[in-house]
Design a protein around this ligand. Sequence first.
Ligand SMILES: Cc1cc2nc3c(=O)[nH]c(=O)nc-3n(C[C@H](O)[C@H](O)[C@H](O)COP(=O)(O)O)c2cc1C
Length: 348
Amino acid sequence: MLYSKIKFRNLELKNRWVMSPMCMYSAKNGIPNDFHFVHYGSRAQGGTGLIIVEATGVVPEGRISNQCTGIWNEEQAEAFSKIVKFVHENSESKIGIQLGHAGRKGSTLNGRQIPVEEGWETVAPSPIPYMEGERIPHVLTAEEIKNLVQSFKTAAKRSIDAGFDLVEIHAAHGYLIHQFLSPLSNIRTDEYGGSFENRIRFLLEIVDAVNEILDENHPLFVRISATEYAENGWDLEQSTELARILKTKKVDLVDVSSGGNIHGAKITLFDGYQVPLASEIKKQTGIPTGAVGLIKTAKHAEEILQNGDADLIFVAREILRNPYLAAINSFAENEECFFPHQYERGKP
Ligand SMILES: Cc1cc2nc3c(=O)[nH]c(=O)nc-3n(C[C@H](O)[C@H](O)[C@H](O)COP(=O)(O)O)c2cc1C
């Protein structure tokens, strides 16, 4: 099953291994460079079914740090298109991009907020900083929110024009969209805050706007934090209801992560700790899900798929250790998987 194909819209993935989006904090002016070329290119050579490029800012202030990638201009899109072209011409991997906005968690270096002169004024649904001691973020006006929806749409257009196969919207980990979802970070009283319907509005508007760009060949994924591990916060019940709605809005898969919005929230970590969240959302709504979080072996990945807990296996740290994760496990399991023809003699 791990090495079986799966289709989202008309896009076929050769196997269920996904390189989970990971910020590399190595770009200048948002432009990916030689490091990114090798970094993503080598995971394609390793047989990964789908690569999702790191959280990429839709506007300059949407980045987490000055070193994050961006796709708000043509120079950035052009640099990405070289990576995409390599992946398409030298592997069987598909490659998507995660589009995001950091909101109140932006303007940082090594996870710490930097002065506004070195970074920028952060924005958020409400005047609540992520951590004590951080600046109070600028509260987005309704007009600014509408403009950001358009920024996501423009970024999606640039991404597709650059050749990316799919778009993932980053609505997890306490970044801007998650800040809107959570009643703990969103205390607005206008149409973007208060009720569940109002808190999910920003995300739904982005989904609709991005879907205007995508066609039958370009699927849309959404990454959420299914719970923020906080009383009266965003939780699995709301995530399930959201997933039900996303399914009606032509979202092809919910990539189920957790946490990130509440500083100091207690998370119990164990192998596959977020799998039950992906499983519950899939079972309750029927939407395909991605499982992520401390999945390190093909055996575990296979189990998750066989149990019907998820449709794709997102791997982050393990694929940093081993870019050939998909190919190497295919040898052991006698499964078909892409391996560069140049490396034929390296097969066991
Ligand atoms: C270096 C690093 C950077 C990350 N950057 C992102 C990111 O850009 N977007 C995102 O959604 N998650 C990001 N994550 C989270 C991973 O995608 C993944 O959800 C998490 O690491 C758990 O999976 P793992 O146990 O396989 O590492 C990052 C994780 C790491 C280790």
